[in-house]
Design a protein around this ligand. Structure first.
Ligand code: IDP
Length: 137
């Protein structure tokens, strides 16, 4: 079966709450393979590029402040339809609406601190992997 790569971030709230293992464990138990992984604190310029599609939104400044506020874990997960599979594990953007059993449904309450990022399409995944792990998409 053909394989695909996707970018996952354990956001600073997930790292500070000790949930790195929980996120990675769920990705691995689903069958996705971790092919790159790094703990890093983002520069504002990288965060602004990553979230560029939201630049005109009222919450953009808050979003960049938050994602640069401390270390996050960036990783590339690989598997069949990896982007769709990971989005299913992560759950809806608003954690109150995310179904129980998803990461956001189980571990988050606030939209601004929703624990995990996952690329929203294979095209976004390629762009995001190129930003975080050049050459790996
Ligand atoms: P996604 O992370 O589920 O793909 P996006 O719509 O791409 O959701 O939004 C990116 C991130 O921006 C969200 O994960 C969330 O943390 C933040 N965000 C989205 N909408 C709002 C909002 O209305 N207020 C504050 N933060 C928001």
């Amino acid at each position: 079966m053909s394989s695909e790569r996707t970018l996952i971030l354990v956001k600073p709230d997930g790292v500070s709450r000790g949930l790195i293992g929980e996120v990675i464990g769920r990705l691995e138990r689903k069958g996705l393979k971790i092919v790159a992984l790094e703990l890093r604190t983002l520069e504002r310029s990288v965060a602004e590029t990553h979230y560029g599609e939201h630049a005109s939104k009222p919450f953009f400044g808050e979003l960049v402040d938050f994602i640069t506020s401390g270390p996050l874990v960036a990783l590339v997960a690989e598997g069949p339809r990896a982007t769709e599979a990971a989005r299913g594990l992560i759950g809806a953007t608003d954690p109150v609406k995310a179904v129980p059993g998803s990461l956001r449904g189980d571990f988050a309450l606030e939209i601004g601190q929703n624990l995990v990022h996952g690329s929203d399409s294979p095209e976004s995944a390629k762009r995001e992997i190129d930003l975080f792990f050049p050459g790996l998409s």
